[in-house]
Write a protein that binds this ligand. Structure first.
Ligand code: CMP
Length: 141
């Protein structure tokens, strides 16, 4: 099934100048970038995006980290895009990430873990709508 998923290239990966390398991994896996923009989040916007984690002990650190520098937010489309993206990213904690995954190759720590990706199609739809209007999503037949 053709799906869409939401992806963030986090401040550590942008600072390392590996935006293109990461996007290339998505493309090589057959995912198409149908929307993409570089933005600087405020702590408030990061807090709203990660509201589901509000009660977690890492919430404040996560929100200040995500607003510490520019990020690239993007929408990826392709067959089984949600799971495919999660496979390419690797485990949340780079210490547990399989060799060859984005997090194994580029991430520094569990917060500075290079990328975010939606965990399910329903969350993907919410996360896409949080950052993009309908006209910003490009059809790529
Ligand atoms: P992400 O996929 O962006 O979703 C929430 C983020 O919280 C996660 O990646 C990590 O960068 C960060 N985080 C920090 N500590 C933890 C933790 N103990 N468990 C899960 N996520 C964590």
């Amino acid at each position: 099934t053709i799906e869409r998923t939401f992806s963030i290239i986090k401040p550590d990966a942008v600072a390392k100048n590996v935006v293109g390398e990461i996007q290339s991994r998505f493309e090589k896996a057959g995912l198409r970038i149908i929307a993409s923009k570089m933005i600087r989040l405020t702590p408030e916007i990061a807090g709203k995006f990660y509201e589901v984690h509000k009660a977690r002990p890492f919430y404040n650190d996560l929100c200040s980290y995500m607003s510490s520098g520019p990020v690239v937010v993007q929408v990826l489309e392709g067959d089984g895009a949600v799971l495919k993206n999660r496979d390419i990213m690797g485990a949340t904690n780079p210490k547990d990430a399989a060799p060859g995954t984005i997090r194994a190759d580029f991430a520094e720590s569990i917060d500075a873990n290079a990328v975010h990706g939606s965990d399910a199609p329903e969350t993907a739809a919410q996360e896409i709508a949080f950052f993009f209007s309908g006209t910003e999503l490009c059809d790529r037949p």
